[in-house]
Design a protein around this ligand. Structure first.
Ligand SMILES: [Zn+2]
Length: 78
């Protein structure tokens, strides 16, 4: 899936399909919706992840997620 040519400029209210880009070791893509985007600069296209795979969480957020996953044994979709 490609989002080439998509503008990620602030204020661009363009709704695009962007699922989590996480890939498992076996090459299967995560099927969660990528609701969490991160771009290091406006020149770099935004990358998207689900909350579980979002690599820019704070330590506390990561710990909270791990507790939640351990307790529930599953995922919740916001
Ligand atoms: Zn994911």
């Amino acid at each position: 899936m490609s989002i080439e040519g998509h503008s990620s400029a602030p204020g661009a209210n363009v709704i695009v399909e962007h699922y989590c880009e996480h890939q498992d070791a076996d090459g299967s893509r995560c099927k969660e919706w990528g609701g969490w985007g991160n771009s290091p600069s406006p020149a770099v296209p935004t990358r998207w992840w689900c909350w579980e795979h979002f690599p820019h969480k704070t330590f506390e957020q990561e710990q909270a997620l791990r507790r939640k996953l351990a307790a529930g044994g599953g995922k919740s979709i916001q």
